[in-house]
Design a protein around this ligand. Structure first.
Ligand SMILES: N[C@@H](CCC(=O)N[C@@H](CS)C(=O)NCC(=O)O)C(=O)O
Length: 229
């Protein structure tokens, strides 16, 4: 597909999905317009055959890229979607350090992976639901892995963080971190033992992109939970 900023973008989301939040935050940071479509998670719409044609893993998010006169293309992994946006919109605000700064780019990706590859897969709802089915304390399970991941993140940035996780610009690492902290908050895991993460998180939450990207600021968030951000 020819890469063009004229592509129309659609993002399939669920308001409480941390993976969907990453792409939502990336789009907002880059000021790229798109159409959000809420997936009905409780009805397991994302497990249906129609959705699976776009996202064979049956998970959210899915970024749909529609170029004029072509068939839509589906990006069914959040990090791949963010990297696509990074490459397809080179003039938009970036989420990675400059191209020549290979080690800093690797640092950002490593932090993103602590959240997206080490933490999220073991606390994903399909895992938690299975644990509940077999009578395991699923909350304690999630808390355990969240504390581990926040510890790894803290130790990775303690000496090197700037205003944000890597330096003073928001990166893909921060985009992954904030939704993971929202999940920690929902599970009663505090950041008291992770002071650098806590400071970075507070700086992120001062930004409009993160305030407006919160779970309870989304249009598909039920009324009783919704914030007026
Ligand atoms: N590696 C995927 C993970 C996607 C994922 O697991 N999404 C979760 C929400 S954060 C989901 O849809 N879970 C529903 C399920 O597993 O049935 C990504 O980064 O996009």
């Amino acid at each position: 597909m020819v890469i063009t900023e004229d592509n129309e973008l659609t993002l399939y989301v669920w308001y409480r999905s941390s993976c969907a939040a990453r792409v939502r935050l990336a789009l907002a940071h880059k000021q790229i317009s798109y159409r959000p479509i809420g997936v009905n998670y409780h009805d397991k719409q994302h497990h249906g055959d129609e959705y699976a044609k776009m996202n064979p893993s049956k998970s959210v998010p899915t970024l749909v890229v529609q170029a004029a006169g072509r068939n839509p293309e589906y990006i069914a992994q959040s990090l791949a979607a963010i990297e696509y946006l990074e490459e397809a919109y080179p003039d938009a605000p970036t989420l990675l350090p400059p191209k020549h700064d290979l080690l800093q780019r690797a640092k950002v990706r490593s932090l993103a992976h602590i959240i997206a590859l080490d933490l999220q897969p073991v606390t994903n709802s399909r895992v938690v639901e299975r644990l509940r089915d077999i009578g395991t304390d699923h909350l304690a399970w999630s808390q355990y892995f969240e504390v581990r991941a926040m510890g790894a993140y803290e130790n990775s940035i303690r000496e090197s963080a700037g205003k944000y996780s890597v330096g003073d610009n928001v990166t893909m690492a921060d985009i992954c971190l904030a939704p993971a902290v929202w999940n920690c908050e929902n599970h009663g895991v505090t950041l008291d033992h992770f002071p650098t993460v806590q400071r970075v998180y507070r700086n992120l939450m001062d930004l409009d992109v993160f305030k407006k990207g919160q779970y309870n600021a989304q249009p598909d968030c039920p009324g009783e939970e919704r914030l007026g951000v």
